[in-house]
Design a protein around this ligand. Sequence first.
Ligand SMILES: Cc1cc2nc3c(=O)[nH]c(=O)nc-3n(C[C@H](O)[C@H](O)[C@H](O)COP(=O)(O)OP(=O)(O)OC[C@H]3O[C@@H](n4cnc5c(N)ncnc54)[C@H](O)[C@@H]3O)c2cc1C
Length: 340
Amino acid sequence: MTVDLRQELARRLRIPQQSIRRDEPLAPHTSIGVGGPADYYIAPQDAATIHALPAVCRDLGLPLTVFGYGTNLVIADSGLRGVVLQIDRNSADIRLLAPDDPLLALLRERGRGGHAAAAPGAAWLLASSGTALGQLAHFAQRRSLTGLEAAHGIPGSVGGAVYMNAGAYGFQMADVVVMSRALEMATGEVRARFGAEHGFDYRRSCYADSGDIILDVLICLSSGAQDEILMRMRDFNERRRASQPLDLPSAGSVFKRPTGHYAGKLIAEAGLQGTRVGDAEVSTKHAGFIVNRGRASAEDVRALVMQIQQTVDRLFGVWLTPEVRFLGWAEENGGIPGAR
Ligand SMILES: Cc1cc2nc3c(=O)[nH]c(=O)nc-3n(C[C@H](O)[C@H](O)[C@H](O)COP(=O)(O)OP(=O)(O)OC[C@H]3O[C@@H](n4cnc5c(N)ncnc54)[C@H](O)[C@@H]3O)c2cc1C
């Protein structure tokens, strides 16, 4: 007898079958708008489903892939096998912790408050992983808390931002993250990580190795002048609007910054702006972005990335490593060569 996996997933997760979508196209769930379907797609509203998923998927032999807002992803045209869990805006939640919050007592007890713990006016925000970074930055600004101004324009979720150690204009998530809690894929247990345990590096954290599901994040900010915070946020956003192709679908900067260079500058100097493979195009506004001119496929994007790598290497002897994550190809990262 063949098992109806959707039915079985729903039964084990104790959720209605309709909340699990079969063969769900993933392109609309990503900012660049490419990619095939997920066998099963779930965007749960409740913590219980997220907590149950790793064990249920393991028992049913289904791979599990976690999405935040899909703003740093290129999904293969063949899609993703198994279950895609998207932790989206529906699970957004932010709390300003009171000084006597047990979580802060725990931080103090363990001496893990970080440098800002002792600073006068320090404040702690606990944000669920599905919260938008922009929403978190606004929340902080309205409470005269500084530290997230440059994060405001990054279009991802808090979970995705911690995973990627997202950053801009000299800021990175590592500057403000004090603790995160994640569901370990292997054990199903919730594990807290503090400060340096995140293994933050340029556009990287320990979560790239562990694959754990980030549940929430504790952020430490300092007090500041509300109007100045707002001005800084506006200034950063203005700079983004002036330099980035925000009117077209993309996954942000495609490549990491190579030591001593800027990826966009090298790509522009190589004369690659406007170069196309199918509907994937090197942006004419910001050479570090690949935009989807309409009907680009994931394969178009992948081919263009490799063409850029080869051209820049040939002309300048610099190998560009993708920052964007390519998922769903048989080879790791779509077979796109990483750092050399
Ligand atoms: C127009 C534009 C501008 C951008 N500007 C910037 C910028 O200035 N700086 C910058 O750093 N990035 C930028 N990005 C890229 C992107 O927004 C960031 O990398 C962001 O942090 C990704 O968050 P996300 O929620 O979309 O994650 P996704 O793209 O959904 O996922 C990224 C990775 O994180 C993992 N992940 C996501 N959520 C979780 C979770 N809860 N638990 C475990 N793993 C998880 C996924 O498995 C995946 O491997 C930009 C993108 C666009 C489209």
